[in-house]
Design a protein around this ligand. Sequence first.
Ligand SMILES: [Zn+2]
Length: 252
Amino acid sequence: MWGWLRRRPRAPDLPDALWQATLARYPFLAEREPQELVRLRDMSAQFLARKEFHGAGGLVITDEMALAIAAQAVLPVLHLGLSWYDDFVGIVVHPDEVVARRTTVDDTGIVHDWDEVLAGETMEGGPVMLNWHDVAHAGSTAETGFNVVIHEFVHKIDLRDGAANGCPPLPSRAARLHWLAVLEASYARFCEQVKVAERFGGATPWLDDYGATALDEFFAVACEAYFVNRSRFTKDFPELTTLFDGFFRPRR
Ligand SMILES: [Zn+2]
């Protein structure tokens, strides 16, 4: 993979046809401002030079696949910088969702085993795990606000301060308190909507109800929608669009 990169190690610009094909495949990337697209292309090339892709389950990672992942992973840090992803190198890509066997012991000492279906997974300081099926369909699933790459890489951003709590590192205690106040209020309202829909047949919220799992998952799920379907997301969560703009698009 990256035969062209090995041939041109000092000029990590992406082949134009490959870049254009990526934009065509993912319209939510193509719709960025022209200056943002220049930056996205440049940072995607840098991302590819810094990260290592591993195909699992016999999956062979092509240049097209690696660039598809790189360009979507860069989107959240487009104005923040790639240093936010410095704590890891590896990206493991499975062909499809992964079933993980989980075990917990409850307060009474009883062991519970269950299977968890994972679209992706992120660990602090460890590799990011994704599944190609969801990455491949991210162009069409943007309509529903779904994006596995952004979800997992936003977890990386959240984890930068060591805590998976829905709050990325912020410059002051006041900023953190404000962030959590806004996010928790939106999360509480969303959880209530999900509960009413499930139990009483209320209207199903547009945002993926996986976001009602925990505050850090709500942050990741909300960011998926914010980055791939900003207009629809803003209808439901205008306060979060303002909050996220302040973090992901800082004024210089
Ligand atoms: Zn998650």
